[in-house]
Write a protein that binds this ligand. Structure first.
Ligand code: ATP
Ligand code: MG
Length: 317
């Protein structure tokens, strides 16, 4: 659309420049302008007014030369600008790739810590519990202090175990590995429903592509996690709806999370790490991220990620 506009301009300008002298010539010839000017100028011979036309021609040539130089300079500037823009775009791609790698290795690291916690700490806690159960059974008819201590150790072990399970779940959602994105979110929502019965959680999901890349699944899963935490922390909502949509034509999976809570004025909103992290994750995968909100009109997050991006990434699959 801009090309037609800018292409018509130089043609119009050139026509004007060509027509102006022709029109001047025709009018000048018709009115004998130069002859009259010369006759008039002869009366002021002492002021050398008859030399003025020649000086004006020189001035016009000077102006043309000046314009030509500026035009050349502008072209050079444009070239420079194009080079800078290309370099900047390259840097942006590098940065996005870097950010993607950081996120990927963060996930790998989290998974390793989750395994370590599960295998090492989990086994040890289990062993402590088995030993305490033995002590509890052995002391059932004996020393009541030992019996009470054994019961207390069993209770504490159960508590620590549930904390560890919670932590491993957050570090590397097992459900995501085992069930896939939609089911893992459904599983999480069931927990949120239990924890917050006063909020109505709604969830819909399209059938997702089989080749859904791990980075895409993890990104959308983490966004839902943080988005849900934000709803609980900031929204005071009654209804929350989460939707996963697969857009076959554009090969992206979108996640939409909305609430009907108190919303926020986006321009004056205090920015935290949560929304920033969401945007970085999505942009690192070449996707699009958008938030919408107004005071008293809820909050909405829209994240779209190419579904097969990074499917071949090392260590994440
Ligand atoms: N669902 C929501 N409803 C209303 N306001 C929200 C909602 N989600 C986010 N906000 C607003 O956006 C701000 C930024 O959110 P963000 O998640 O980036 O940071 P945070 O939750 O304040 O802190 P953290 O870095 O721990 O996530 C919040 O402080 C809050 O004001
Ligand atoms: Mg947050």
């Amino acid at each position: 659309m801009p090309s037609t506009h800018s292409a018509s301009k130089p043609v119009g300008d050139i026509l004007l420049v060509a027509l102006l002298p022709v029109a001047t010539f025709v009018i000048g010839a018709g009115t004998e302008f130069s002859e009259r000017l010369m006759t008039g100028a002869q009366r002021f011979e002492r002021l050398q007014l008859d030399e003025l036309p020649l000086a004006l021609v020189a001035f016009s040539l000077g102006l043309a030369w000046f314009a030509w130089r500026r035009w050349r300079e502008m072209l050079r500037e444009l070239d420079k600008r194009r080079d800078i823009e290309a370099a900047l775009e390259g840097k942006q791609i590098e940065l996005r790739n870097l950010s993607r790698r950081v996120t990927e290795s963060q996930e790998v690291e989290r998974r390793a810590i989750a395994h370590e916690l599960h295998d090492e700490l989990g086994q040890t806690l289990n062993a402590i519990k088995v030993e305490s159960v033995c002590i509890r059974n052995a002391s059932a008819d004996g020393d009541s202090t030992i019996h009470a201590t054994a019961l207390s150790i069993i209770r504490l072990t159960d508590q620590v175990y549930s904390v560890v399970r919670n932590m491993t779940g957050r570090l590397r959602p097992v459900a995501l590995d085992e069930l896939g994105l939609a089911e893992a979110l459904e599983h999480d929502l069931a927990e949120w429903r239990q924890r917050l019965p006063e909020i109505k959680f709604d969830f819909t999901a399209d059938t997702l592509p089989e080749k859904l890349g791990d980075p895409c699944a993890i990104a959308l899963y983490r966004i839902a996690q943080e988005g849900m935490t934000n709803v609980v922390r900031h929204a005071e909502a009654h209804n929350v709806s989460l939707a996963l949509t697969f857009h076959r034509e554009s090969a992206v999976v979108s996640l939409s999370l909305r609430d009907d809570g108190r919303g926020v004025e986006l321009h004056t909103m205090r920015s935290g790490l949560g929304l920033l992290g969401m945007r970085e994750r999505v942009e690192a995968l070449g996707g699009a991220f958008r938030i919408e909100s107004q005071p008293a009109r809820g909050f909405r997050i829209e994240a779209s990620v190419p579904f097969d991006v990074g499917a071949d990434a090392v260590g994440v699959a």
